[in-house]
Design a protein around this ligand. Sequence first.
Ligand code: FNR
Length: 369
Amino acid sequence: MSLNIGFRSPEQWEQLAKAHLDKGAFDYIQTGAGAEETLQANIDGFKQWKIVPRVMRDVSSVDVSTSIFGERASMPVSLAPVGFQTIIHPDGELAAAKAAAAQQVPYTVSTVSTYSMEEIAEAMGNAPRFFQLYWPSDDDIALSFIRRAEQNGFSAIFVTVDTPMLGWREQDKQNQYFPLRKGEGLGNYLTDPIFTEKTLASREGTEQTIAEVASRLFNRSLTWEKINWLRKQTKLPIVAKGIVHPEDAKLAVEVGLDGLVVSNHGGRQLDGSISSIEALPAVKEAVGNDIQILFDGGIRRGADIVKALALGADSILIGRLYAYGLINGQAGVMHVIAQLKEELETSLVLTGESSLASLQQATLVRAQK
Ligand code: FNR
């Protein structure tokens, strides 16, 4: 790993991002909704669980590689959809996606990426990628996004289900900061044939385009019926991102989804909601092995991955962790991923497990209060 960066802890990456970004951009990434109880709980939740390692089990060779929706991955980790990545680095999504490709972990393109999914796909070659859909208020645009994802080698669609509207983000309100308003994150809309055909604004100027995108970006009327409809429109695996209630997890199975992400959107949506790691056991209990279970929220270290897998996740996603690395462009994101993999392998060996399958059986106990 000759990335010329040296060792940096997750906290040091965060500090570096804070030092280099303007306040509006840094706060947009780092903060959560409301009083940030859920943001904090995502981190603290991991401390409620303790690993009880086994010893003397010949862990001379460990293998953390796996497959995620049919794609080989060097570890059970994908990069989560993070919008507007050009607020962190001018190369934005192109840099992060190339880093993911180089480190053999899937990259998830956000609906509100600044570069278009076509540009990102081209930068990635054949490397695995997923597309995240904020289901627009217009189904024709939703379908157009899906078709473009199919044509550009994306291997799963993550429908974000926890965002019928933006959460109550106090810091962004104080900073009067929303990247879309600055013209970031328009890549997929500006290049969409249906959007541009339907809206005069896209031909009139940036202000109008932004207003048109903002008015179409989220959809409060979504129900599982729409997912049922989508299921018939595409053969790509469909994943519901943002499940914390076990009954919703069961519904995801019932409508024939291929995966779900136990997630509260990194504490950015409903403040006061359950932390991701607290939600995971009940979701696992409800759906067992009927559906791939992914997890995100608060993952910063290898031991966090160990805990998430032991509590039932098949793989996890990282959000802020790599977003901070992006301050150093592609090399920074590669550094974060490589370091996380080394740390995961270390944690696996020290837990006394040599495969991910056995790790899923590892013993955890609740911390003493
Ligand atoms: C996000 N997240 C997100 N999710 C999504 O479905 N679409 C998106 O465009 C975005 N954008 C976004 C921007 C920023 C700056 C952050 C921090 C997060 C949520 C993301 O995919 C993931 O659920 C969380 O980031 C996971 O929590 P951690 O890893 O950041 O603690």
